[in-house]
Design a protein around this ligand. Sequence first.
Ligand SMILES: Cc1cc2nc3c(=O)[nH]c(=O)nc-3n(C[C@H](O)[C@H](O)[C@H](O)COP(=O)(O)OP(=O)(O)OC[C@H]3O[C@@H](n4cnc5c(N)ncnc54)[C@H](O)[C@@H]3O)c2cc1C
Ligand SMILES: *[C@@H]1O[C@H](CO)[C@@H](O)[C@H](O)[C@H]1NC(C)=O
Ligand SMILES: *[C@@H]1O[C@H](CO)[C@@H](O)[C@H](O)[C@H]1NC(C)=O
Ligand SMILES: *[C@@H]1O[C@H](CO)[C@@H](O)[C@H](O)[C@H]1NC(C)=O
Ligand SMILES: *[C@@H]1O[C@H](CO)[C@@H](O)[C@H](O)[C@H]1NC(C)=O
Ligand SMILES: *[C@@H]1O[C@H](CO)[C@@H](O)[C@H](O)[C@H]1NC(C)=O
Length: 591
Amino acid sequence: MVRVLGFLSILASATLAVIGTVLPRAETFDYIVVGGGSAGSIIASRLSENSHVSVLVIEGGPSHENEVDLTIPYIYPRTFHSRFDWNFTTVPQPNLNNRAPIYPRGHVLGGSSSINGMTLNRAPASDWDKIASHTGDRSFRWENILKYIKKNEGFNRPPNTREYANSYDTSVHGFNANKIGNTLVTDGNWISEPSLGAASEVGISHVGDVNGGYPVGISWQQFSTKGGARSSAATEYLNARILKSRPNLKVLLNSFVTRLLPTAGSNLRFTTVEYRDASGATVTATARREVILSAGVMATPIILMRSGLGPRAHLQANNITTVLDIPAIGQNLQDRIGAAAVWMVNATDTDDDIDRDTAVFNKWMDQWNHNRTGRLTQMSYRQMIFGRVPNNASIFSTMQDPSSGPTCPHYELYPANKWTSPTSPRPPTGHFVTMNIFVSASNVRGTVTLDPTNPLTGNPVIDPKYLSSEWDRYVMRDAIRTSARYFNAPSWKKWNATPVFDTSILNDDDALDAWVSSAVFGGVHGVGTARMGPTNSPPGQDVVAPNFKVKGVSGLRIADTSIFPFVINGHTMGATYAIAEKVSDLIKSGN
Ligand SMILES: Cc1cc2nc3c(=O)[nH]c(=O)nc-3n(C[C@H](O)[C@H](O)[C@H](O)COP(=O)(O)OP(=O)(O)OC[C@H]3O[C@@H](n4cnc5c(N)ncnc54)[C@H](O)[C@@H]3O)c2cc1C
Ligand SMILES: *[C@@H]1O[C@H](CO)[C@@H](O)[C@H](O)[C@H]1NC(C)=O
Ligand SMILES: *[C@@H]1O[C@H](CO)[C@@H](O)[C@H](O)[C@H]1NC(C)=O
Ligand SMILES: *[C@@H]1O[C@H](CO)[C@@H](O)[C@H](O)[C@H]1NC(C)=O
Ligand SMILES: *[C@@H]1O[C@H](CO)[C@@H](O)[C@H](O)[C@H]1NC(C)=O
Ligand SMILES: *[C@@H]1O[C@H](CO)[C@@H](O)[C@H](O)[C@H]1NC(C)=O
């Protein structure tokens, strides 16, 4: 009881001292960070380590503190369509039978890292090397980015038992206990044996560490959890302890940024932020040094366009005066689409009963509350497979390999220990394993544009153009066929793995494509809407230079997933953390 009260009182004073919703007019700051999300929380935290520098974060959502749905890993999908989600959807997608999948984004301190699935990847080495050669900046190379990845990480070694032999490599991890936790699932269950066994039976190689830069093969998943709970950019970088101890750092919550304004005296200096504060008033704040825009892959391009930075014709159509014509803003949206294929198994220890039987759920909930162990400390995943279509695949007679190199994945598969298909409901009985299938190295490019009926406060119009490339269809087919071979291997047959879908589609490309159109649930790994390019690329072709500064204007950097020039061939959170650490370092060192 005493402990709980102590905890609450720290929070309460933190709320009064440094978290607010309305800013006293007279206050000014060196840096303003727009969006306290995955990248923004880290940048604000790092910059304010210097007590002589003042930092303001303007975040659209509420606090993450004391929110059960943001804390207990297993129940994270409860955050979709909650007050922690911006509730975006795509426009109807012609290749998905005109469905318009949801596009969740975190609307809370910590951003999407407060609501996401916690799979911690950091992109393959060749992705970073490709960014380095594209930008002409060697500091993005894998061997150079690794120091930022480690700086951000607190790796937790799994138990020293035979089960976890060869499941991780300490040389590629950071061990900073107060940074993002990185944990293997350690609550034993039946699925590792068939999952690993079947892989070796069908010739999928074992990878010693999924985050060692060379992920192709089967490996243990790593998760951004710590002590049985979510570890996010907010819990580690903008928690109550940090906020309380730093008078030079302020966080405004529930404050919606509408646009950036040219700062008096120069029409190309963008250090003034206009926002609607929690009282509903529209106000501005001006940074003495810089604004860092970290509102994420959807909101960052929208805020830029509202500020007169973007494709001229589109701004004109929305009655926005163009300050600088930057055609690349809102273009080049790349993502990794996902679909789920379900197999029935005769195991009894799947997570299906947790979801459909309240008594089972409550039992695990009691255990989580008791000592933060058990099934709710994890999602339903243990291993993941990154694969490539064969080198002699017919697609390569018409298309060059769009991936970043021979060690870059073309697809990702990870089995869930339950029915998770978001496009069809779980049957009332039975036990299932769902293969989640993601396409990588996609060459589809979609768009994010203003809502013409409400350019100043409307939601982004998101058109990812899902499945508009033969590559994405081809890889989907290959990945589904690979997963069927995998479930036919002896180790899965021991569990009587039986497909729940009609397997005749496996022999018919058109039927398989039709199934994919009905099954794809969209992506959550969007990048590229404010992409980075070489320092000297022609104006408007790219949005930011390798130092994250917006080309053609001053006082403004962008640092979030929107800057990646190409799709990240893994889950995006880890790569975002790396660039947040990198940009913080650049700013602190005066570059
Ligand atoms: C449901 C879901 C599951 C995912 N699962 C995984 C996973 O398992 N592993 C993984 O690696 N990646 C996952 N991702 C992707 C990953 O979380 C994101 O790519 C990454 O967190 C994005 O970081 P960011 O800093 O670019 O944006 P965000 O973290 O989204 O931050 C943007 C911030 O800006 C704020 N903001 C936006 N607009 C405004 C405005 N107008 N005014 C003020 N504030 C604003 C937002 O509220 C938010 O706090 C998932 C994403 C989602 C949504
Ligand atoms: C998202 O939708 C939910 C459910 O309708 C709602 O409660 C929540 O306020 C919405 N989020 C935002 C940011 O408006
Ligand atoms: C732009 O302005 C014109 C003329 O005032 C108006 O008719 C039109 O609806 C406006 N368009 C938008 C997107 O606001
Ligand atoms: C946690 O509590 C459960 C009972 O709720 C118990 O079975 C388990 O051994 C405990 N684990 C630890 C590490 O204390
Ligand atoms: C590719 O090579 C494999 C094994 O070498 C062979 O079985 C397969 O038929 C080839 N595929 C094509 C499309 O040539
Ligand atoms: C599951 O099915 C397989 C194959 O039919 C069988 O050998 C095995 O004994 C079954 N296991 C259980 C737990 O029922």
